[in-house]
Design a binder for this molecule. Sequence first.
Ligand SMILES: *Cc1c(COP(=O)(O)O)cnc(C)c1O
Length: 408
Amino acid sequence: MIEKLEADEELRARNVEFGEWPIYGQLELQLLREVLESGKWGGAGHANTPDYKPKLPEMERRFADLHSAKHSVSVVNGTVAITVALQAVGVRPGDEVIVPPYTFIATASAALAFGAIPVFVDIEEDTLAIDPDKVEKAITPKTKAIVAVHIGGAPSNLTRLSEIARKHHLALIEDAAQAVGASWEGQGVGVIGDIGTFSLQSSKNLNCGEGGIILTNNQDYYEKAWSICNVGRVPNGAWYQHENLGQNYRMTEFQAAVALAQMTRLEEQMRRREANAALLNRLLGEIEGIRLLKQDPRITRHAYHLYMFKLDSRLAERIDKQDFIHKVTAEGVPILPGYVPLNRNRAIIDSIRDWTGETRVDDCPVCERLSEREVLWITQSMLLADETSMNHIAHALQKVIRSCGFSK
Ligand SMILES: *Cc1c(COP(=O)(O)O)cnc(C)c1O
């Protein structure tokens, strides 16, 4: 297959375009117009009227249904969603929160925003998700929660992590910012742990510019989260009845309108990404020098926010990752280097010191080696391209690896 493409001049000349994103149409325009003309632009409890049905409650309901969740709270972004989730389950300043180092910085900074302390636990070599065996060893009397990040859209080992959380009386929070629509053993992510958070930021698979959603099946956590996001008001309380310390973290009706419209496109886009990811697994699986990630069979749906793969460690010894990316990009395939380890991030280390008085750097050798030398990303919008483009990706990778003179 790849041999055949090598000779295909036309492919090389085509300069395939990746990443038309976002994708929108008349429905977005229509719903935005409805909000505009209603005059009900903000996010504070508009009632249904004959002329206008508010978008936020409908969007929250549909988002919850998408993951078979009981409750949802919309918020300004996915970062704030994590802060609120931590606070809703009772994490307090000074408490420790176990997080993986291979994630977006918000996973850790959302805790540090109110003085909760992230403790980094290394990832699994072949999934890049937090390693449950190492989680248990990192638990101290100060630990209050574990944040499982569904990195790239692949659910973490929620069965093991739930067991560990239950055994040690910790809250399990799912950072599902990248995993809209994903499922573990048939259940939508976000509510397998105690509470889950999502992002609707521009790059994410379901996007309304900026936005976040908190899901939970726990009534108490729902009410706390709702209250924190609504300046401490309580559901069905009076307007100036503030029973908790909260902030205004509300989303607007405009964002809900765009999110609702985007939801109608989600299923088709998910299928496209899944089909292209399956094709990439086949094509890249045949290339010497590339290692695919392992997918736990209990992942019943992968959201493919990212298609992540690795350079074989022997190849990674021969070529610098940045050089490799540069060469593949020159072939018209814009692969990305991905995250740098959060446990080594200066701002995080300094913030931990500011809150605790201690300079602590957690050791995460697997994450550090893989992120520096081996892991590469293909983004979700690239996965919306056609089959020819997937072949183009495989062809470019094969060509660059050959140019390194790599063979087993
Ligand atoms: C995007 C992202 C966030 C933060 O979401 P924002 O909406 O950008 O604030 C948190 N965690 C992960 C894993 C993310 O990818």
